[in-house]
Design a protein around this ligand. Structure first.
Ligand SMILES: Nc1ncnc2c1ncn2[C@@H]1O[C@H](COP(=O)(O)OP(=O)(O)OP(=O)(O)O)[C@@H](O)[C@H]1O
Length: 256
């Protein structure tokens, strides 16, 4: 299987702080790939580099054979990289359906806001975006909640909705920043199954940052471990579980 994403010798410094230093790894198409590491290791910075929020200080980021570094975030999203955030970013005052429609409508030639405000002009496009959004919500088990306000959903379902909105844009690669944050162990187990389903159903490669080891070990084909901005290990869940440097990095973090 080929590499869908290649991070080549990437660094990002903030003044004197080396948030990411000479980081090298690749994500195989079809895999679920985990990024783990203690707090402040540089995981979110890495996501911000891949999605174009930050430009690398050095190095290259290649997606499907094309250099991404230097491209604007909106272009990178159109290339097929979706993302969910550590702190869920939904439009909480809009309904569940509207949250997904915004994703579909953003692919049309008018602005998402226009799409929601000037409804009579939309005609066929409107009907189509509602139908597609409704079908996606049904598939995600959120169909019955279409008319609820997103902000009224329990936390776990808000996470699911954020993933649905990302999937609406048909990404080839989906970046998930701590998808199990704030979930209990039962909910985390359900999320693990759910992400497995998402990967297969929508043929999407997953790259996820996560602290819940059950999820990482249960879902990921490969894991990259960061500490102080550097890759300290990479391998299968079994290899990572027994890696001395990884154990030391985590024990060090616990002692602090
Ligand atoms: N925009 C920024 N300006 C200055 N420093 C930053 C910036 N973004 C991140 N950093 C620093 O870079 C380092 C890595 O931060 P980052 O958020 O990437 O870590 P993380 O591994 O995602 O941590 P956590 O698990 O706590 O989310 C930290 O020391 C952080 O303070």
């Amino acid at each position: 299987m080929s590499a869908l994403l290649e991070v080549r010798n990437v660094s990002r410094h903030f003044g004197g702080l080396k948030a990411i230093s000479g980081c090298d790894f690749s994500v195989t198409e079809g895999h679920a790939h985990g990024i783990i590491g203690p707090n402040g290791a540089g995981k979110t910075t890495l996501f911000n580099l891949i999605t174009g929020i930050y430009k690398p200080t050095a190095g290259e980021i290649v997606f499907a054979g094309e250099r991404l570094d230097g491209m604007r975030p909106s272009r990178i999203a159109l290339k097929g990289i979706g993302r969910t955030f550590q702190n869920i970013r939904l439009f909480k005052q809009l309904t569940v359906l509207e949250n997904v429609r915004i994703a579909y409508d953003s692919q049309l030639h008018y602005s998402p806001l226009e799409a929601l405000i000037t409804l009579p002009r939309m005609g066929r496009n409107e009907a189509e975006s509602i139908a597609k959004s409704s079908a996606l919500l049904e598939a995600f088990g959120l169909g019955a909640l279409s008319d609820s306000l997103a902000g009224d959903l329990p936390y776990g379902l808000q996470r699911k909705l954020e993933i649905a909105r990302a999937i609406a844009l048909k990404p080839r690669l989906l970046l998930l920043d701590e998808p199990a944050a704030g979930l209990n162990s039962g909910e985390t187990a359900a999320l693990t199954e759910f992400l497995r389903w998402v990967r297969t159903e929508y043929k999407v490669t997953l790259l996820l940052i996560e602290h819940h080891m059950h999820l990482v070990m249960g879902l990921c084909d490969r894991i990259t471990v960061l500490d102080f901005g550097q890759k300290i290990a990479e391998g299968t869940p079994e290899e990572i579980r027994g890696n001395k440097r990884v154990i030391e990095a985590y024990l060090g973090a616990e002692e602090e």
